[in-house]
Design a protein around this ligand. Structure first.
Ligand SMILES: [Zn+2]
Length: 220
């Protein structure tokens, strides 16, 4: 009996320690969120050059679909025309002109060499409203593919993108190894293609589907 109690205690502690975290504004601490849905995105027209562009784009679209799919969320994305932009940027003079882009680098990766990808979010610190998010991927140090057979030495595009889109919508890292928002991935990993229950709770907390009317029931 004593052992049983100890095991239960450990499980509860683990659940309390590892749950989804929202990204927060640096100064105000407001949690970040897109106020206008759908969130439009543009994929660089070459997608990831070493592989077939359509296959690459389909993998990215699947990642976006994954985050929209829980029934409890109102989150929606819209794929807009492909872009020729080759790096992320933000124009503060014309906020509406900003595009949320997905782009690979093939040389001069400007960030941490070990980083597989980076999502840069621009937001209003006072309100936490997100204005722009660009996902940049490290094609200099990593070889990507759409992993179809395991084991694989390639970095899976859908696995990587599902994680980065989590950041795009306002989720921070989660140290539960089952979470899509776990910070690291091994080559060939594909488990982040699928949301954990905790990831679902995260997306539904930020973008909750309001179920129809706020109905009252009258009985006669
Ligand atoms: Zn991350």
């Amino acid at each position: 009996m004593k052992n049983g109690k100890i095991i239960i205690f450990i499980i509860i502690t683990a659940q309390l320690l590892y749950s989804y975290e929202r990204e927060k504004a640096e100064i105000s601490g407001k949690p970040l969120k897109w106020e206008k849905l759908p969130i439009k995105y543009h994929i660089n027209k070459f997608c990831y050059k070493p592989i077939d562009a359509e296959k690459c784009k389909e993998a990215i679209v699947r990642s976006f679909n994954t985050w929209e799919s829980p029934k409890c969320t109102s989150l929606r994305f819209e794929r807009s025309e492909d872009t020729e932009e080759a790096k992320g940027s933000f124009n503060s003079l014309d906020i509406k002109a900003n595009k949320n882009i997905i782009v690979w680098y093939y040389k001069d990766w400007p960030y941490e060499p070990n980083g597989v990808a980076l999502t840069t979010i621009t937001y209003d610190d006072k309100t936490g409203e997100i204005y722009d998010a660009d996902i940049e991927l490290n094609g200099v140090y990593y070889r990507f593919d759409v992993v179809e057979t395991l084991p694989s030495t390639y970095t899976d595009i859908q696995n990587t993108m599902t994680h980065e889109i989590g950041h795009m919508i306002g989720l921070d890292h989660n140290y539960d190894p089952h979470s899509v928002m776990y910070p690291t991935a091994k080559a060939g990993e594909i488990k982040k293609r699928i949301l954990s229950q905790d990831d679902i709770e995260g997306v539904c907390d930020i973008y909750r589907e309001e179920n129809g009317c706020s109905c009252s029931i009258l009985s006669y």
